[in-house]
Write a new protein. Sequence first.
Length: 155
Amino acid sequence: MSKQEQRKNHMQYGLAISSYSSTCPNDNELFFTAINQFNHGGPSVVSDPIQRSIIAELNLKAGKLSIILSDYASALSLFEHGMSYLGDDKWTTHYNLTLELFDSAAEAACVLSKNEVVASYAEQIVAHKQSFDDGLNCEYMMYVLFAYAHSQINH
């Protein structure tokens, strides 16, 4: 079986599990299994932009649930998968979803002390923000990183 066929199968498994898990809304294990299958399939398998944005939203939801469960590494991975489903024009076609994914990924990376990742996502947010408020969270994270780095230099 080719890699592309395997990816399509993962996507089909994800769809089947997702439709089944909708009948069991409190079953987080089924929900995460469906999202993992989507992510194993990857964005190259999905041509419909609406379906891609739905999967991105599901990754955002799964990432937020991972944070509630204190699994920041999984949350960061899920947010990054969500980003991968949005096209190059994500900041214009899916602004709110993109902002939320990038902001959430920066927060998870901050908790994990992945400073370069935080800076990268914060730069994207600052470059594309539509209002002052849209960049507040990442400005705060950058301040925290700067203060931390400065305190490490002085010790």
